[in-house]
Design a protein. Structure first.
Length: 180
């Protein structure tokens, strides 16, 4: 499907695949299985993680969401040209990954906490402790309405929102040349 060397995070939205690269740039390509190249859009200093909602939800804009190293969650229009990032809300301290499910944004922290808040910036609400996150989580995603996490040791775990128990999945194997 194409190379991923130097890509640190991916998100799919509006028929496009967005990537944040190790050099701090945002790139885009059509979401297709052909071996297509990436187009660099803009620099995004401090952008650590990308995520996107699976679908539109009432009151929440359809945005590409980014977790930045300064502790801010920012949003940008999901367009294949340069676009400005807008401050949405502070991330919880120690956040390493984000994933929206329905109208809720989830964050997992380096110390193993799972927190949630309303997805939309216009909705008031602090981050609240949701449950214990998977120990050592390094990535979080929405997979068909379930939270999925990958741990530093390669374990894949999932759970429906609202439940505390994580279900083990298969070990995650990175393709050669991808990741660290």
């Amino acid at each position: 499907m194409g190379g991923c060397a130097g890509v640190r995070s991916l998100a799919a939205l509006e028929g496009l695949l967005f990537a944040v690269r190790d050099d701090g740039s945002v790139a885009v390509r059509p979401l297709r299985t052909q071996n297509l190249g990436w187009t660099t859009l803009e620099g995004a200093p401090g952008l650590a993680v990308l995520t996107a909602p699976r679908e539109a939800t009432p009151g929440s804009p359809v945005l590409l969401y980014g977790l930045h190293t300064d502790g801010m969650v920012r949003g940008r229009e999901p367009v294949p040209e340069p676009a400005a990032w807008t401050d949405l809300y502070p991330a919880p301290p120690g956040a390493v990954a984000l994933a929206p499910v329905d109208d809720v944004m989830y964050a997992v922290t380096a110390d193993g906490r799972l927190l949630s808040r309303p997805l939309a910036a216009a909705r008031p609400g602090p981050w609240t402790e949701d449950a214990a996150g998977p120990a050592g989580a390094v990535a979080l995603a929405n997979v068909s309405g379930r939270l999925a996490a990958v741990t530093a040791d390669g374990e894949l775990v999932t759970r429906p929102p609202g439940l505390d128990a994580w279900t083990p999945g298969r070990p995650w194997a990175r393709p050669p040349g991808c990741g660290r």
